[in-house]
Design a protein around this ligand. Structure first.
Ligand code: SAM
Length: 278
């Protein structure tokens, strides 16, 4: 009998699955919001799952975290005040705080336990958590954005779980409209928008809902992400107050030290596959 241990996330509706070979289970807990599990994998380092869905592995999270942060921050001419909704593993926050012009990065995560567990098992993702520019609030991002004052943020990043449960409202038109209200002129919104191969309708919906919510320009980014369904992921950007050249980046500010992101990669990532062209 085999003693091998594999973690498998099944995508039942697509008849597919992702499996990672596991060395051991490091942690399991039921938070007030979700089941949090941490595994030591054989080849992908530490793995975090929420309610049985893969969130982060050591080996490939740089793809997602760099693409959720740098394109939006380099699109904005002077991103001083940044809001992250979700993002409890703190990998996006770490990338945001690498931008010296950022004066304040506010993270609004529903589940404090995700952040506490990440601090213990993913210390490298949390290495900037003590930065005095970082502020943490553990509450619902939907309520937070509805109560935010007009023009409060330059960049808003929606680093959410899939559009089910408490994250469902993070994909709604009225939520995007509240983000639009909370953004200053020239502000940029970026939201994770799932897999181009498996969720093309959702990507189109994010684009049309952002437009309906008042964004002057909307565009998606496409990039690889091994551990998410299909291995191919997207983020959708909305720009306030600028329709022409809305996603031109200020390459002069681009920095080194990223593993996937660079200025030309951002331009390449903005090119949609033919089946997603308008
Ligand atoms: N990168 C991941 C992915 O795409 O699978 C998402 C990572 S991050 C851990 C997602 C976080 O969003 C979770 O920690 C979850 O608690 C948080 N979240 C879900 N709904 C939320 C809401 N309404 N307000 C704030 N945070 C929320």
């Amino acid at each position: 009998m085999s003693t091998e241990l594999w973690y498998t996330e099944r995508y039942e509706e697509h008849g597919a699955a992702l499996s990672l070979k596991i060395r051991e289970v490091l942690h399991r807990e039921q938070s007030p919001y979700q089941n949090i599990e941490i595994f030591e994998t054989e080849q992908f380092g530490t793995l975090m799952t929420l309610d049985g869905l893969v969130m982060v592995t050591d080996r490939d999270n740089f793809l997602y975290h760099e693409m959720m942060s740098h394109p939006a921050l380099f699109t904005h001419p002077a991103p001083k005040r940044v809001l992250i909704i979700g993002g409890g593993d703190c990998g996006t926050l770490r990338e945001v705080l690498r931008h010296r012009e950022v004066e304040e990065a506010v993270q609004v995560e529903l589940d404090e336990r995700v952040t506490r567990v990440a601090e213990r098992f993913f210390p490298e993702l949390c290495e900037n958590n003590q930065d005095p520019r970082a502020r943490f609030h553990f509450t619902d991002g939907i309520t937070w954005i509805k109560e935010a004052e007009a023009g409060r943020y330059d960049v808003i990043i929606i680093d959410s779980t899939d559009p089910v449960g408490p994250a469902a409202g993070l994909f709604a038109t009225d939520f995007y409209a509240a983000c639009h209200h909370a953004l200053a002129d020239q502000g940029v919104l970026v939201a994770q928008s799932e897999s181009p191969l498996l969720h093309a309708d959702l990507i189109r919906q994010c684009q049309s809902r952002m437009t309906e919510a008042g964004f002057d320009a909307v565009n998606s980014l496409y990039f690889p992400q091994f551990c998410y369904p299909s291995g191919w992921w997207s983020a959708t950007l909305g720009r306030k107050g600028l329709a022409m050249d809305a996603f031109r980046i200020d390459a002069a500010r681009a920095f080194t030290g990223t593993r996937y992101y660079h200025a030309a990669m951002q331009q390449a990532a903005q090119v949609a596959p033919a089946f997603l062209l308008p």
